[in-house]
Design a protein around this ligand. Structure first.
Ligand SMILES: CC(C)(COP(=O)(O)OP(=O)(O)OC[C@H]1O[C@@H](n2cnc3c(N)ncnc32)[C@H](O)[C@@H]1OP(=O)(O)O)[C@@H](O)C(=O)NCCC(=O)NCCS
Length: 166
């Protein structure tokens, strides 16, 4: 069955929770908040409804196998900036799902007239860095020991950015 891409909907919370709980914890460290908690997903959905986040899912049958989000803060001083968040199930990696999700984000960034995109990831996420660099993102900062996993190990985050114009 082909993987389809569509908007993240309010009735996706359970499927998103199953997706998040099936991911290796290390893949979630860039997110700031632990996506394995229902409250975090509910807050994400509320932010979608409030118009602060545009979000899509990749669906295989009735399972979510990937997600992406473009996070903005319309009440802040960086209304021209969007943060990209991208996740694909390890079982489906390398099949172009991440690239398709990122392309949806570019379309929305254009509609929202954003001027800059940023993405954070742990510095060992070679696949993610490669994918974003292929789309023109470049390293802008490294935040040392920025995240701590459940075992107490700390990891650096890298921040990649892209000046954006439609
Ligand atoms: C980053 C991520 C979303 C990529 O998803 P994916 O579906 O495997 O990506 P795609 O199959 O669309 O790959 C697109 C391109 O990215 C690059 N790429 C992806 N994974 C790669 C890897 N492991 N090694 C090297 N390059 C890789 C390749 O250039 C690839 O193009 P190609 O297949 O034509 O060579 C996925 O690896 C992931 O969820 N990582 C963990 C979470 C994370 O760090 N997200 C980024 C934070 S914003």
């Amino acid at each position: 069955m082909p993987v389809t891409i569509r908007r993240f909907r309010p009735d996706d919370v359970e499927a998103m929770l199953r997706f998040a709980r099936g991911l290796p914890e290390h893949d979630l460290l860039f997110l700031g908040r632990d996506l394995k908690h229902r409250k975090v997903i509910e807050a994400w959905q509320e932010a979608v409804e409030d118009g602060f986040i545009d979000s899509f899912v990749a669906e295989d049958g009735d399972a979510i196998v990937g997600s992406c989000a473009l996070v903005r803060d319309p009440l802040g001083w960086s209304t021209h900036v969007g943060e990209v968040r991208l996740l694909v199930s390890p079982q489906l990696r390398g099949q172009g799902v991440g690239r398709r999700l990122l392309e949806e984000i570019f379309k929305v960034a254009e509609q929202r007239e954003l001027k800059k995109l940023v993405a954070r990831m742990t510095s060992d996420q070679r696949g993610a860095i490669q994918l974003f660099e292929e789309h023109g993102f470049r390293s802008e900062a490294r935040l040392k020991d920025q995240v701590m996993d459940r075992d107490g190990a700390v990891h650096d985050l890298v921040l990649l950015s892209l000046p954006f114009s439609a």
